[in-house]
Design a protein around this ligand. Structure first.
Ligand code: PLP
Length: 290
């Protein structure tokens, strides 16, 4: 599929002299949308190669990755198990209902238990319990996930100077950074308040892939709104205006925060005139407040 690159003709942007485009990964697939499609791509190849029939993964109750993995299982014919952080509520929310209707088996674990999820003990207990499974970490952020995200930049068929993405684990932006040319720069917008975390994740992945020493990125921690999934009336008002003006939906957890940051940086003159910025729309609309 050809991914649309949509030019923003909002007067608030055009008057600044910079060119802003949105790479509409939210349109990649109806249910495996945005960056989650790229993160799953090589994981799914691996499952096929290893002839494994069941995928187990992790996430919070609103996780876009949980929804995408369930949808992929349904579409490509493998079983899915979701280890969900927190106690089971009386009624499943829309994300978990969607996952369950896609055939995902949900297992709720306490927050304390969940924190141990990547320890060898926890993982071998899971294998014992569920048999032969392929384990994908939270957010789909393993080596295969990062590899898939290196292909996001290939979708852009114009020259550009800056590329921006919202970050949770930093896997997506790491893949992007490793496929940039030297005169292109990435700006990461973390959505969790964890100073230094995304920068260290990016450096970890660059080292892991043994790539040349990429330093053409900047992590901007000014737009995390204090906490994951936290939003303010100002952010919601921005999203509402942006959507009306540009006819592109944004969610309040990821893309809304990134776009708020980009607009603010443009307004403050961070980018020189005539520079071209590509904002990656990483999807996540299934978790949008309506
Ligand atoms: C999962 C997600 C992200 C975060 O991606 P990371 O690779 O974990 O940084 C960003 N945007 C949206 C919409 C997401 O669903």
């Amino acid at each position: 599929m050809k991914i649309p690159l949509q030019k923003i003709s909002d007067p608030a942007i055009s008057s600044s002299g910079v060119n802003l485009f949105v790479l509409r990964l939210d349109l990649t697939h109806q249910h495996i949308s945005g960056n989650k499609w790229y993160k799953l791509k090589y994981n799914l190849e691996e499952i096929k190669k290893q002839k494994i029939k069941t995928v187990l993964t992790f996430g919070g109750a609103y996780s876009n990755h949980i929804a995408a993995t369930a949808a992929a299982g349904k579409e490509f014919g493998f079983k899915t198990i979701g280890i969900i952080r927190g106690d089971e509520e009386k009624e499943l929310n829309a994300t978990l209902q969607f996952a369950e209707s896609g055939g995902m088996k949900l297992h709720f674990v306490s927050r304390t238990e969940y924190r141990k999820k990547h320890t060898p003990e926890f993982l071998s207990a899971l294998t014992e319990k569920f048999g032969k499974i392929f384990i994908i970490p939270e957010g789909g952020s393993n080596e295969f996930g990062v590899k898939g995200c290196t292909e996001i930049v290939n979708e852009i068929n114009i020259p550009f100077d800056f590329i921006c993405s919202a970050c949770g684990t930093g896997a997506t932006i790491s893949g992007i950074i490793m496929s940039l040319k030297e005169d292109q720069k990435a700006i990461a917008f973390p959505v969790l308040h964890a100073p230094g975390y995304i920068e260290s994740e990016i450096k970890k992945w660059i080292t892991h892939f043994n790539s040349k020493n990429f330093s053409n990125f900047h992590v901007n921690e000014d737009y995390d709104f204090g906490k994951y999934a936290k939003h303010t009336p100002e952010l919601l008002a921005f999203i509402e205006r942006f959507e009306k003006q540009n006819n592109i939906p944004l969610d309040q957890v990821y893309t809304g925060k990134m776009m708020f940051g980009i607009y603010d940086l443009i307004r403050k003159g961070y980018f020189e005139k005539n520079k071209t910025i590509v904002a990656v729309h990483t999807g996540g609309l299934q978790g949008k407040l309506h």
